[in-house]
Write a protein that binds this ligand. Structure first.
Ligand code: G3P
Ligand code: MG
Length: 264
């Protein structure tokens, strides 16, 4: 496995500061930065015309004023959507962000990025990696980028494109890490495992940490309920509302380095 060079913060803002701004938007990322978050998690996928954009769902219905699948949409149509008004009147007029715009913003703000390669059923993981990964690697230094995915083929393609463990920190997403979690972690030279915090068991958490991997949990929003997971050695929580955790963080920083985020 790669030696960790990422200085993980305790808290990562999930889809930007998605409790307080429309998820996966430039505004949500600015809001995370304004709250004191040093890292954000964002989802990337391709439009039908091949443009990489920051978006979670397969379609646009939940988070915009339009309808349709990303796979059937070209950039002008996607850009005509209002992706803020669904969340609140103050956010009306927000436009769907391209990956390039988001990377430029992360660079400008000095943010770390956990970029999730989101592969919905029927979409091509290879095309997503071939398009999105070189842009991300160009835009951000390796210590401020983790590329993660649930999709094994996307992770394999990413590693094939950048074989050096230290040049690309890969995160494997699991709802629940399987017994044989090590196999893929070793094969992919993974940096981290990202696990649904409600499905993580102490034994598995301690095993992952003892093997030298970073361990991140998504998506806790209750800092009291999450206290036990810190005790198990979890490095970072990917939360919609990191500010809730301010007074509930372990005193020690994540073991692989400095950089605990102070969320005001
Ligand atoms: O990357 C962690 C988390 O975002 C995975 O689930 O559905 O929120 O993308 P989802
Ligand atoms: Mg995600």
């Amino acid at each position: 496995m790669s030696r960790p060079t990422v200085h993980l913060p305790r808290l990562i803002a999930h889809r930007g500061l998605s409790a307080h701004a429309p998820e996966n938007t430039l505004t949500a990322v600015r809001a995370a930065h304004a709250e004191g978050c040093g890292w954000v998690e964002l989802d990337v996928q391709l439009l039908g015309d091949g443009t990489p954009v920051i978006w979670h769902d397969k379609g646009v219905r939940r988070c915009s004023n339009g309808r349709g699948k990303l796979a059937n949409m070209e950039l002008p149509r996607a850009r005509a959507l209002d992706v803020g008004a669904w969340f609140g009147r103050n956010f009306a007029g927000e436009r769907l962000a391209t990956l390039d715009e988001m990377l430029a913003l992360a660079d400008e703000l000095g943010l770390g990025l956990n970029l999730e390669l989101k592969v919905h059923r029927g979409r091509d993981p290879q095309a997503l990696v071939a398009t999105a990964l070189p842009r991300a690697l160009d835009a951000l230094p390796p210590e401020r980028l983790i590329v993660s995915s649930f999709h094994p083929e996307a992770l394999e393609a990413a590693r094939a494109l950048q074989p050096a463990g230290d040049a690309l920190h890969l995160g494997i997403l699991h709802e629940k890490p399987p017994k044989e979690w090590r196999r893929s972690a070793e094969a992919l030279k993974a940096f981290s495992l990202h696990v649904d915090w409600r499905r993580l068991k102490e034994k598995r958490a301690r095993e992952i940490k003892a093997a030298g991997y970073a361990l991140l949990c998504y998506t806790p929003n209750d800092p009291v309920a999450f206290a036990t997971q810190w005790d198990w050695g979890v490095d970072s929580a990917i939360s919609d509302d990191p500010g809730l955790f301010t007074h509930y963080l372990p005193e020690a920083e994540p073991p692989d380095g400095a950089g605990t985020v102070i969320v005001r």
